[in-house]
Design a binder for this molecule. Structure first.
Ligand SMILES: NC(=O)c1ccc[n+]([C@@H]2O[C@H](COP(=O)([O-])OP(=O)(O)OC[C@H]3O[C@@H](n4cnc5c(N)ncnc54)[C@H](OP(=O)(O)O)[C@@H]3O)[C@@H](O)[C@H]2O)c1
Ligand SMILES: *[C@@H]1O[C@H](CO)[C@@H](O)[C@H](O)[C@H]1NC(C)=O
Ligand SMILES: *[C@@H]1O[C@H](CO)[C@@H](O)[C@H](O)[C@H]1NC(C)=O
Length: 363
């Protein structure tokens, strides 16, 4: 017992866990925003829960990453019920077919397709884009998609470089979704009805202290020289990047080519009891869940996924918003996340990376 407590303590100390304690403050501040809005804002927030897409001639197609567990799975269930034709993306074929069976058994008339993709690997994402186009053509569907939910994400406690030599957490949480969005944008733009990208971010972005967006930080390569892996910091950073990007893409689509009706929305689930902390010692996980439960902030995956469903179903004219708390509610994200100069810097670095990856994969 003593040994385990010591072990947990050492882990907490080494892994930047203090950062994570501060996260709870960020979470509370998001909830305070909701409360303030409820008290001072008399207009009620719209909900979109009654949308039913099953009666249309063809169902909108939704690609959702990390659909085999937690929030992604809960979102897949909810969107299947709404009538989306779902493309489930995950890295384990077994989990994918289990998820498919579960959704089928609950929603008999659902339309589903699965693809095995490793979001931390560019080759795999690139292959997915080709398979997706092939599938659309084979199934005689229009070559377009209507919704992309960038949900897959990890919270890594150790350094495990990807094939490209990037930090695995940053690759999965940011570079992967960046590349996927870029590759699928032509399909989103080709949609005859307004389409959308939903990026799953997190309240933790509020405390990201690292504000550099050069190649070393965007790939996480700079962490390779540190003694301890700063897991809290790297997670925050990956979520801030995703958010800056959402806003930047929103700006670009808004001001440079508004003919395509692709909107961009960020969704933040709050804190939900999922597998996200599975790399942590079980002590740390149990204590964290307990503390959040006492604070009344621990949600089920279904509750957390409400913000995603709100984001997915919000009317087309809504873009650049930050959904949090379910019931169609939104909050403001941090000042830093809205800095257009930082976003521009990150965009350029990421595009360079993307081009590099694309070049090396075509050789
Ligand atoms: N839970 C929270 O409180 C919370 C709070 C804020 C934000 N979020 C965000 O919400 C998202 C979903 O997290 P969750 O809590 O639902 O966690 P989760 O239960 O661990 O689910 C993560 C999903 O992502 C998939 N995934 C992980 N690495 C992948 C890769 N390289 N390629 C493809 N798929 C991969 C996982 O697949 P496997 O099943 O094969 O591992 C799983 O389906 C994440 O972006 C997370 O950062 C969560
Ligand atoms: C967009 O759709 C049209 C058919 O409506 C198709 O001919 C074209 O190839 C599609 N473009 C892309 C990028 O898939
Ligand atoms: C989502 O995030 C990715 C970066 O991970 C970015 O490329 C994309 O522009 C964002 N999309 C939207 C619509 O927010």
């Amino acid at each position: 017992m003593m040994k385990e407590v010591k072990e947990a303590f050492r882990f907490v100390w080494s892994c930047n866990m203090w950062t994570m304690c501060i996260w709870s403050i960020a979470l509370v501040s998001s909830y305070l925003q909701l409360l303030r809005a409820r008290i001072f804002d008399s207009k009620s927030t719209p909900t979109f829960g009654s949308t039913d897409l099953k009666n249309g001639s063809s169902r909108p197609i939704c690609v959702i990453t990390g659909a085999t567990s937690g929030l992604g799975k809960a979102t897949a269930f909810a969107l299947a019920e709404k009538g989306f034709h779902l493309v489930l993306v995950g890295r384990s074929s077994q989990l994918l077919s289990e998820t498919l069976k579960e959704i089928k058994s609950k929603h008999k008339d659902s339309q589903l397709k699965t693809f095995e993709v490793d979001m931390s690997c560019f080759e795999s994402i690139f292959k997915f884009k080709n398979s997706l186009e092939q599938w659309l053509s084979d199934a005689e569907l229009h070559p377009s998609i209507q919704l992309l939910v960038n949900n897959a994400g990890i919270m890594a406690t150790s350094r495990r470089p990807t094939i490209e030599g990037y930090d695995r957490m940053i690759a999965t949480n940011y570079i992967g979704p960046f590349c996927l969005t870029k590759l699928l944008l032509p399909l989103l733009k080709n949609s005859s009805v307004p389409s959308r990208v939903v990026n799953v971010t997190s309240f933790t972005h509020r405390y990201a202290s690292l504000r550099k967006f050069d190649k070393g930080s965007v790939t996480g390569v700079q962490y390779s020289t540190l003694n301890e892996y700063p897991c809290g910091e790297a997670y925050e950073y990956s979520k801030l990047c995703l958010l800056l990007f959402s806003y930047e893409l929103h700006r670009q689509l808004r001001f440079t080519d508004d003919s395509h009706h692709v909107s961009v929305i960020a969704a933040d689930p709050g804190f939900a009891k999922t597998n996200i902390m599975h790399e942590f010692p079980s002590y740390v996980t149990s204590i964290t869940f307990l503390v959040f439960k006492i604070l009344g902030l621990l949600q089920s995956p279904d509750e957390g996924a409400e913000a995603f469903v709100d984001a997915a179903l919000a009317p087309p004219e809504i873009s650049g918003a930050y959904y949090f708390g379910g019931k169609g509610r939104t909050v403001e994200s941090s000042q830093v996340s809205k800095d257009p100069k930082l976003a521009q810097q990150l965009w350029e670095t990421s595009c360079d990376l993307f081009n590099e990856l694309q070049l090396s994969s075509s050789q």
